[in-house]
Design a protein around this ligand. Sequence first.
Ligand SMILES: C[S@@+](CC[C@H](N)C(=O)[O-])C[C@H]1O[C@@H](n2cnc3c(N)ncnc32)[C@H](O)[C@@H]1O
Ligand SMILES: [Zn+2]
Length: 298
Amino acid sequence: MNDTPPVCDYEGSGYRTDFWEGRGREYEDLTERSALRRLLPSGGRRVAHLGAGFGRMTGELSAFDQVIVLDYSHTMLRDARARLGDGGRYVYVAADIYRLPLAEGSCDAAVVERVIHHMADVPAALRQIRAILAPDAVFILEYASKRNLKAILRYALRRQAWNPFDEAPVEFVALNFDFHPAYMARCLREAGFRTERRLALSYFRLGALKERVPLWLLVTLDRLLQPTGQIAPFSPSVFTRNVAMGAHPPAALDGPLFKCLDCGAPLRNDGETVACPHGHGRWARRDGIYDFKEPLSG
Ligand SMILES: C[S@@+](CC[C@H](N)C(=O)[O-])C[C@H]1O[C@@H](n2cnc3c(N)ncnc32)[C@H](O)[C@@H]1O
Ligand SMILES: [Zn+2]
């Protein structure tokens, strides 16, 4: 019954230690934080951090009363929980963005960074995200741009087959996509978002530069360049701030957080499980993580 697109599975992955910690990516991390801070609203009730991974950026969402830390990978969520703690504010959810178990209109913000590049069906993912947002909610989306200076140069020198100016997404490795800014702008519009701001970042994502130029200088220069993305980003990473348009679904910020993955009814909380009142299924909460990847049997 589950005919959703394939997921890039991070179960068992050492993403934190293999990609971030001690891997010379302080510049990328700091520029992403600075972009997120620029775009985040000053506060809010409930933010969905989708594809949150090990919670690298989740701490930036402290102005919200509640933070839904959602990821497909239990490994990532366990790591996130160990880092962020339980402490009331955080709700950990194992689920697929293509099948979000969150109630319609239940969040007044969503943040997705370094995730959409794993999505073969961007429109389907954006539809799911739009549905959980209340009217006028803010959606911050980061995506990997194919129209970046390095790709343009490589294409000009015939070192790269794909055309960075072609609007179609390019899958350079299985389930890893780069997107053209015009393509992403259209997908966002069609999913019911108005893009308010766009930042271009990580222009200095080059080993030689990062080795020779002080980190603070690279981050400062990056920050100065970020606003140029409003007109034309040519950077490898783009952050956008989008607003959910229209009155549907109505805001449901006070209602139940979870919905049935089958019929959409609000789920009843039975302590260590949440259940559909129409008997479509029950989902477990184990070690502080709601598990919507598989329903409980029986
Ligand atoms: C490159 S990591 C980024 C993690 C985090 N956003 C960060 O910036 O550090 C991509 C994350 O997206 C998650 N992910 C990929 N596809 C997903 C899906 N369909 N539903 C939920 N999470 C997904 C992965 O499990 C992984 O944790
Ligand atoms: Zn149901």
